[in-house]
Each structure stands twice: as C-alpha cells, then as structure tokens.
Design a protein around this ligand. Sequence first.
Ligand SMILES: [Mn+2]
Length: 240
Amino acid sequence: MTRVLMISDIHGCLAPLKELLSEMNYQPDADKLLLLGDYVDRGPCSRETVDYIMELMQCNRVIALKGNHDQRLVDWVRSVDGTVTDRFLAHGGLQTIHSYCKITSELSTEGFEQARQEIGRHYEHHLAFLDSLPLYYEDDQHIYVHAGLNPNYPNWRDQPAYDFMYIKEPFHRSPALRNKTVVFGHTRAVELHGSPDVWFGPGKIGIDGGCAYGLQLNGLIHEGGSYSTLCIQNSLQEEM
Ligand SMILES: [Mn+2]
C-alpha cells in the first residue's frame, strides 16, 4: 500500500523538515511525497530549503506545489525595478535575503537592491525551479493545493493562479466537493480551530502548523484509506 505523505508551509524551516521526514520514516522509493508550497520566507534557511527540495525532487515520487511566497520571491528578484520589495519585506523576505546573501549589516534601500541583483545573478536556477512548480495536483481521492479552491468556479481548474495561492475564507466556508477531499496549507490550522494540529473539516484538511511562527510542522499521512498525523515542534533559536 503506497503511503502519501503531505507537508506544507515549510518557510525556511529546514531542520524541522528533515526531522519530520525522518519521524515519518520517509522512504523515497515507496512513498509519495506531496509538498504544498511556501518553501521560503520567515524561517532561517530559505536557500538551503530550496536546495533540499530540488534534491528531493530527483525522486519522481515527489510533487512540490507553488505557494504565494515562492511566487513572490520569483517576482521580486525578476521585477525590473524592485517594486515588489515592500510586500516581500513585509512577509518575511528579510530572512530570505539573509539566507541567500549572508549580509550582516543593517540593510538600506540600496542594500535590498544589491541583494535582489545578487540573488538574480547566482540563483537563477532556484527562481526557474520555483517558477516552474504546478499550482495543484490531484489523485483519485484528493486535490492538493497551497491555499484552496474558489467556490465561484464551476470547474475549480479554471480559477486564477492567484486563488490557488492566496484564497482563504471563501474556500474555508464553501461546501465540500462531492468526490474529493481538498488538502491545503496557507491558512494556519490555529486560525481554523484554535490549535496548530491538522484540521479535518468536511471535505477539507488544513495542514499548516505555523512552523515559522514558532508552532509546529505538521505531517499528514494517508495510507489504506485512513489518515494519521505527526508533528515537529519548532524552536527557531536552535537553527539561527
Ligand atoms: Mn501561503
């Protein structure tokens, strides 16, 4: 029986990711691994996390989806004039800059611009990788997506890329799909049911444990028709 392992919102928390995969007894040759996006920002090791995920994906049983933070990093570095800088910095981008550029001094506007160009020069392979990631994946029983599905689209596949990466309440409030359960991240479980543990709603499962906020990295396992969960408590200090 193939196991499907699901993890979301790693946000540069590489040590908890490695620990979780080991706790889950991840077997690359046998398990399917679904990563639901947001590999960068907020946590301490964005660059190393992207490297590690690219490495994991040498195995064709690994599927990594694109999250809004992954897209924003690409957009920021590739933008002509750095217009996305404010939004990037407001959502944990500073930690990403430190991870990629090893800058120790206080960053000025000029510094941010230098960092942007430096990442563009040396990490185009990361940007191309993140940019190439799909917005969803589905199998017989599940739809996997970073943020959710917009209930206003009769066929959810037609919804804009933005909805796949950003949607919140309209999705949480929407009725379950008839035949598939949606597994998603993006909205922290603590906002859905007051606990960082995996949220099992009708036809929806929210797995973002809020790791980069000092909560936990959740792992969801689907095997033989039933679910189990594991989590790693995060202590960011250890990694800094
Ligand atoms: Mn997100």
